[in-house]
Design a binder for this molecule. Structure first.
Ligand code: PLP
Length: 351
């Protein structure tokens, strides 16, 4: 456990992309919303004279997860949820499981809380003993950004107990076909808050839409911290439309398609000398370890490819790079470029 932040918790993949770079750094599936969703958004432009009304969107999310509407809080992306819970809760011992998305820890610190880190060792699989028994706030991601590891529902559920708030960031859960390890519908688990995002799967990072699921009294505490109308009318339309049976089926087909592409990418990466791929990747990205990672990343950039640095994740360092899984052809381009970057790194090293 370490207590002090020594890295930039606000660094994200979007800082690594740029004009003329192939983007393997940001884990958003689409460059923008699909045509059918775009149509709904365009139609909704006519309603922008009215203040946002969350009722239909909230009902759609509640239906999707088999919960009463009072157990759904719509937010301006998952990111807003972390700020709300950091402001609403008063933990005595807050623990963030790492390596993981850093905004929950950043939000907790910004709200004045002390945060401990439970750093999972390679291969980054959760153990029950990973979290101190008296932690009354525990935050973890599933599947986890940046490791792509999916913890089992039973492992995560075992962390819930009376007197503790367990926050599970499921922003990437819909990248796993059938979402077998989601806790989104588990109403019986004490203190559980499940945070979800719609920005990645639907190309809506700029629109900002996500939500929290949990017991009504806990959500009321979070809602009390939320600025009025923070979720825009267009974001509400997206929440409603991305939770219809047809949209869910489309997301699941995309998740199934991802499985093969990720397996092919992982196989070609594993054939490269010096590349260690974190095993068991289940999301839309893979985490790799390479020698001289910082130099390799710079070489990839010079070759027109942006990858996500690993050294801003607690528990990782410069040797780690996170790679988004794209279409097969793009993935092959990345693997070829990585092989070249590694060769130059080795040559340089041997001079
Ligand atoms: C694991 C994880 N959770 C949450 C978020 C934030 O998602 P949103 O765009 O819904 O705020 C991100 C964004 O990168 C993420 O990687």
């Amino acid at each position: 456990m370490t207590a002090e932040p020594e890295i930039d918790l606000h660094h994200h993949g979007d800082a690594e992309v740029g004009a003329n770079l192939m983007d393997f750094a940001v884990n958003v599936r689409l460059p923008g919303p699909p045509t059918w969703l775009r149509r709904h958004l365009v139609e909704a432009l006519d309603t922008l004279g009215s203040y946002p009304d969350p009722r239909r969107a909230r009902a759609a999310v509640a239906r999707r997860h088999g919960r009463p509407e009072q157990e759904v809080l719509l937010t301006a992306g998952a990111a807003e949820a972390f700020v709300l819970l950091a402001r609403a809760l008063h933990p005595h011992r807050a623990v963030c499981v790492h390596p993981s998305f850093t905004e929950p820890e950043a939000a907790l610190r910004a709200a004045g809380h002390r945060v401990e880190r439970a750093v999972l060792p390679y291969p980054f699989v959760l153990q029950e003993a990973s979290v101190p028994e008296d932690a009354d706030l525990v935050v973890l991601g599933n599947p986890t950004n940046p490791t792509s590891v999916l913890h089992s529902a039973s492992q995560v559920a075992a962390l819930a107990r009376p007197g503790r708030v367990l926050v599970v960031d499921e922003a990437f859960c819909d990248t796993v076909p059938g979402e077998p390890d989601s806790l989104a519908s588990r109403r019986e688990l004490p203190g559980l808050l499940v945070v979800r995002s719609l920005t990645k799967t639907w190309g809506l990072a700029g629109l900002r839409i996500g939500y929290v699921l949990g017991a009504a009294p806990l959500l009321e505490q979070l809602a009390a911290q939320q600025p009025l109308w923070s979720v825009s009318a267009l974001a509400l339309v997206a929440a409603e439309q991305c939770n219809t049976p047809a949209a869910l089926a489309e997301a699941d087909r995309a998740a199934q398609d991802l499985v093969g592409r990720r397996a092919r990418m992982e196989a070609s990466l594993s054939q490269l000398d010096d590349v260690q791929v974190v095993p068991g990747g289940r999301s839309s990205f893979l985490l790799v370890q390479v020698p001289e990672g910082a130099a390799v990343r710079v070489r990839l950039r010079a070759a027109g490819i942006a990858v996500r640095r690993g050294d801003s994740f607690p528990g990782l360092g410069p040797a780690w790079l996170r790679l988004a899984v794209r279409r097969d052809e793009a993935n092959r381009t990345l693997v070829t470029a990585l092989a070249c970057a590694l060769q130059s790194a080795t040559r340089y090293h041997n001079i």
